[in-house]
Design a binder for this molecule. Structure first.
Ligand SMILES: *Cc1c(COP(=O)(O)O)cnc(C)c1O
Length: 435
């Protein structure tokens, strides 16, 4: 399979290049040239298949030209060693819990899949086995998913750059206590400084001669496409309940990678009638749906901070997928946008009425579905984060003391190790050159 750039001015790439480079030369996002429809027999039997087997079938469709069947099966089974259940919240409203992975983040699947795919390419290449170095800047969540996804993967070393004192203690311990092939770098600055250091490193010729550098950015095809697995599994589980006939999928969205993967699933034949993209106060996509104009803005800080995005990177993919047609996009996807006050109200109301504890991101999804669902439809919204990841906020809003799951607790018992770093590129470069 070849991958083209959404900007249309870069050469076609094979999967290996698309994964290692991440972004095309013309700064566009890579798109697969074909999206294959899955056979009807697959959908007829899907309700009796396991999450892993469903995902394997989907993965073959995307990656089967480039990775042999055994290798791909290994990769998928290793990535999906956890459940992603459907939970009934109220009549006709279900939630797809995407937070049962190693760091309780839905980003775990993409991060792990990308790590194993990169390893597959390293093993296959004829080059002398030089370590590949992954640089990732994080304001919290991405760092933990990437670090844990790449943990212990041979031939790869990960440097996680994070702003000192600006990451929550729960998040910090998820990438500073791991050791092995993960190095946490504590930058005396803000998130933008971390990102600038990473960008400068990629552009530095001397550094690139010294070591092999790559990024694990969320626009990478190996990180976003595997998220399609979730939606096939959701369909299977709801079909088993006999509720799959008139299905609406609602996805709390920031960079729109997750919903974009769901839309790819739809193109492969997944029988979902329509989609809702739920936003917090960052309403760029919502406004696009209303006006047909895409106007990026600086991001606003909200309670659902993983969705604080003012220029969603995967918009380019959605736009391309539907031939730049506003009509097609707005007839398949509707939008919603909520303020922090509305998020708080929704969390309280849902807890009071149903007993279900929403996190601030899932709250946007629940509300958008509840307000948008039409008679005769069944809706599923994604719960993208475990509420304990936002313990202080959730406790405060709901007046409860939510227990921290064992898996999170285990990270908190580890010993923090990080390398202090100034925000000057020359210091970071000197450090990397010494490796
Ligand atoms: C990353 C993230 C989102 C947004 O996902 P996108 O793919 O960027 O749209 C939503 N909720 C949580 C908890 C996240 O971590």
């Amino acid at each position: 399979m070849k991958y083209y750039s959404t900007n249309g001015k870069a050469p076609l790439a094979d999967l290996q290049k698309a994964v290692v480079k991440g972004l095309a030369e013309d700064r566009g996002l890579y798109m697969p040239e074909q999206i294959h429809k899955l056979p009807q027999a697959f959908f007829d039997n899907i309700q009796d298949m396991s999450f892993q087997d469903i995902a394997y079938n989907v993965a073959v469709s995307f990656f089967g030209d480039d990775v042999d069947p055994d290798g791909l099966q290994d990769l998928v089974y290793d990535t999906l060693s956890f459940d992603c259940p459907i939970v009934k919240v109220e009549d006709n409203i279900y939630t797809l819990e995407l937070f049962h992975g190693p760091t309780l983040a839905f980003k775990d699947v993409g991060a792990r899949f990308m790590a194993r795919l990169l390893q597959f390419f390293i093993n296959r290449s004829n080059e002398t086995h030089k370590t590949v170095n992954v640089l990732v800047a994080t304001s919290g969540d991405t760092g933990s998913a990437v670090a844990n996804g790449f943990l212990g993967v041979e031939g790869i070393h990960v440097y996680v750059l994070y702003p000192k004192g600006k990451v929550s203690p729960i998040q910090e311990c998820q990438f500073t206590t791991l050791g092995k092939n993960i190095t946490a770098i504590e930058v005396d600055g803000v998130f933008d400084d971390c990102q600038a250091l990473v960008k400068s490193a990629f552009m530095d010729e001397e550094l690139n001669k010294h070591m092999k550098l790559t990024s694990a950015n969320s626009i990478n095809v190996a990180r976003f496409l595997p998220q399609a697995f979730y939606y096939f599994n959701a369909y299977a589980r709801i079909k088993k309940l006999g509720m799959a006939d008139n299905l609406v999928m609602c996805v709390p969205s920031g960079n729109f990678g997750n919903i974009c993967a769901a839309l790819f699933g739809h193109e492969m034949g997944l029988p979902i009638n329509r989609f809702i993209a739920a936003n917090n106060a960052n309403d760029i996509f919502y406004n696009y749906l209303q006006t047909g104009k895409y106007e990026p803005k600086p991001s606003k800080q909200t309670l659902a901070n993983a969705m604080d995005v003012g220029d969603p990177s995967n918009f380019a993919r959605i736009y391309d997928l539907y031939g730049k047609s506003h009509e097609k996009i707005s007839s398949l996807i509707s939008g919603a946008t909520y303020s922090d006050d509305q998020i708080r109200d929704t969390m309280r109301q849902c807890y009071k009425d149903t007993g279900y504890i929403l996190d601030p991101h899932g709250a946007c999804g629940y509300r958008a579905l509840k307000e948008g669902l039409r008679p005769g439809e069944v809706g599923i919204f994604c719960e993208t984060a475990h509420p304990a990841k936002f313990k202080e906020k959730v406790d405060d809003i709901l007046g409860i003391d939510i227990p921290i799951p064992e898996r999170l607790q285990a990270f908190m018992n580890g010993k923090k190790q990080s390398v202090p770093m100034s925000k000057d590129f020359s210091d970071f470069k000197k450090y990397l050159l010494s490796k």
